[in-house]
Design a protein. Structure first.
Length: 148
């Protein structure tokens, strides 16, 4: 019987609307679990996730059966609804997102990077962090449209 196989790692990053620091210690761990469950339901395995107060990093595998855009849309929509039910009434994610491919050879490096987000953000702000990724991955972007 024929098989279709894939193993595509993605580092997904998106912020809260206007980078408002909505995500608190109170909801963080449960949000991580919710997102892991949502992505598992789509057929994705999550290697690591960390929700900063104003943005989130997710390292996961792209399911064979859906697009990146669909995966991100479902994750953002469902988690925003969940956060509102948890008492964050005005919660919204930004309209866009950034996704970077990750080679199997650096998965552990990206996992450590995501786990160490609290330490990393003692000295770096989200915008600068994302700009470094854009430069590393040679992504053309327009500042007017990245930061909603």
């Amino acid at each position: 019987m024929p098989q279709s196989l894939s193993k595509v790692y993605l580092h997904c990053v998106f912020s809260t609307k206007y980078r408002t620091p909505f995500i608190t210690d109170k909801v963080r761990n449960n949000l991580h679990g919710y997102i892991i469950g949502t992505l598992a339901g789509l057929g994705s395995y999550v290697n690591e996730v960390y929700a900063n107060p104003d943005h989130i990093h997710i390292l996961c595998r792209l399911p064979r059966t859906i697009t990146i855009a669909k995966m991100i849309s479902i994750t953002k929509t469902s988690s925003a609804k969940w956060l509102k039910k948890e008492g964050i009434k005005n919660f919204k994610w930004q309209g866009g997102y950034a996704v970077f491919s990750v080679s199997e050879s650096i998965v552990e490096i990206i996992e450590r990077y995501i786990v160490n987000q609290p330490e990393h953000h003692k000295n770096a702000v989200y915008k600068d962090e994302l700009r470094r990724y854009f430069k590393r991955y040679k992504v053309d972007y327009d500042e007017k449209y990245v930061w909603d």
